[in-house]
Ligand binder design. Structure first.
Ligand SMILES: CC(C)(COP(=O)(O)OP(=O)(O)OC[C@H]1O[C@@H](n2cnc3c(N)ncnc32)[C@H](O)[C@@H]1OP(=O)(O)O)[C@@H](O)C(=O)NCCC(=O)NCCS
Length: 216
């Protein structure tokens, strides 16, 4: 059963559907499917773990936890997304992130809110090219996730790599379910979620939204 408890600010305005669904629609969940890209693990505490993800085209990115010093990085990432990618990630709620919102996204406790950023060396400086996060429900049993990848990094396996780490952490911490809410027209997210073993549920009250749920 996928039990969804109001969790987070991952999606700002999307929680109505998740709450309605939790109230009336239990579901069966598939298991998490493994991902094929090569990822090297480095050691460290939970909020200082780093990975290197290498892609078949030879590029590599560094994955690490987001921290309070990343507000400029986060802002640059959000503002660098195309209007369409930003719309899909934030449901049209974010035109330009406020300082308070940036703090909310970066100054996190790595327990109720967990977030990873993928950093690529572009012209000698590291820039964020992907961010995945989850926020824990008030009772600690479920979490809501969100992910976005910079447009020119799409379809290399980056979101899959970020989400695998997010799922691993949530699972290791005993969280029972992970869910995301997206527009029904978001085929990229649907494919990603399907590959990771999430199951979709259409919103009976709003055909524009789909909830994906993974039993951890
Ligand atoms: C959804 C998103 C995160 C996927 O990122 P990505 O790094 O391109 O994803 P991956 O490369 O790991 O691909 C995962 C799967 O999705 C498929 N996919 C990616 N983009 C796709 C697209 N536009 N259309 C169809 N399938 C797509 C990939 O082919 C892959 O499936 P496969 O291995 O079976 O071929 C990215 O498109 C994005 O940032 N979208 C905007 C933000 C968003 O929608 N977030 C979700 C709601 S929070």
């Amino acid at each position: 059963m996928c039990v969804i408890v109001q969790s987070c600010h991952c999606h700002v305005s999307r929680l109505g559907f998740a709450r309605r669904l939790a109230a009336k629609q239990p579901m069966n969940i598939a298991t998490f499917a493994s991902c094929c890209i090569d990822t090297a693990l480095a050691v460290g505490a939970n909020d200082s773990v780093q990975w290197v993800a290498r892609f078949s085209d030879g590029t590599a990115v560094r994955l690490r936890a987001i921290n309070a010093g990343d507000t400029d990085l986060e802002r640059e990432f959000i503002m660098g997304l195309s209007a369409e990618t930003r719309r899909l990630r934030f449901f049209g709620t974010i035109k330009e992130p406020t300082p308070a919102f940036l703090r909310q996204l970066t100054d996190i406790d790595h327990w109720h809110d967990v977030a990873f950023v993928a950093l690529a060396d572009l012209g000698g400086a590291e820039h964020a090219v992907g961010i995945a996060r989850y926020s824990l429900s008030s009772d600690g049993t479920s979490c809501e996730c969100a992910v976005a990848v910079a447009d020119n990094w799409h379809r290399r396996g980056l979101a899959s790599a970020l989400m695998r780490h997010l799922i691993d952490i949530a699972r290791a911490r005993g969280i029972r379910t992970m869910h995301s809410v997206e527009l029904a027209s978001n085929y990229a997210m649907q494919r990603l979620a399907d590959n990771l073993g999430f199951l979709p549920i259409a919103d009976p009250d709003d055909g524009r939204q789909v909830l994906h749920c993974l039993q951890l």
